[in-house]
Design a protein around this ligand. Structure first.
Ligand code: SF4
Length: 219
């Protein structure tokens, strides 16, 4: 179904209002104390649950609390600490490379813009948006698997590539609300608009959803 941008903007605002009250605690579920920790946790969250990442990072951050220490990490030791998050060999390589880049390019301090963050090795726009939105208050549409699915089912975008979805959603929402909007869509995807069996019958935004009659199938 094709909707005009104006129609989608109006509907997005209504959906945002409803989901804000439905999920008053919508937020990033990864544990972190500073931007570096959130960057690391987000890299580890690829193909892994936030709960599992949070368990692994307790000891990881004790051992490697900053880019300087992680850049010098012994690969095998780092791998052992993050093994439970899956794909640990690639993730260990990414963490060492991104830490080295942070030390070399930014003296160990994280840059604040999505563009700078996303230019770090192994860091894409999603991770850049997570850090920029949560730690630096930048406008950030965070397109993870939940946000992508929910936005498509709600007919807020037609694109399927994350970068394009990000651009489409940015047109619908005020900059100051971008991060919050991302997290209410994320929570809706986690708890109601699930991948396999969306609960359309009890969904609070079903009257605004073009996929409500098809059980989440996008027309
Ligand atoms: S009506 Fe169904 S498909 Fe639409 S947002 Fe709600 S749960 Fe998802």
């Amino acid at each position: 179904m094709n909707f005009s941008e104006e129609e989608r903007r109006e509907r997005a605002l209504k959906i945002f209002e409803i989901l804000k009250s439905e999920y008053p605690n919508a937020r990033c579920l990864l544990d972190y104390k500073n931007p570096f920790e959130l960057l690391v946790a987000t890299i580890l969250a690829a193909q892994c649950t936030d709960e599992r990442v949070n368990m692994a990072t307790v000891n990881l951050f004790k051992e490697y609390p900053n880019p300087e220490s992680m850049a010098e990490a012994e690969r095998e030791k780092l791998e052992a600490l993050i093994r439970s998050t899956g794909f640990y060999r690639n993730k260990a390589k990414s963490l060492i490379n991104v830490s080295k880049a942070l030390v070399e390019r930014y003296s160990g301090k994280l840059p604040e813009t999505v563009e700078e963050l996303a230019s770090l090795p192994g860091v894409g726009r999603k991770t850049g948006n997570v850090v920029a939105g949560n730690c630096f208050g930048k406008p950030a549409i965070i397109v993870d698997t939940h946000v992508k699915r929910v936005a498509l089912r709600l007919g807020l975008c037609r694109e399927t590539q994350p970068d394009k979805i990000e651009r489409e959603l940015k047109k619908l929402i005020l900059e100051k609300d971008e991060t919050h909007f991302s997290y209410v869509l994320n929570f809706h995807g986690r708890y109601v608009c699930k991948a396999r069996k969306p609960s359309c019958g009890t969904c609070p935004v079903k009257d605004l959803c073009p996929s409500s009659e098809t059980g989440g199938q996008i027309l």
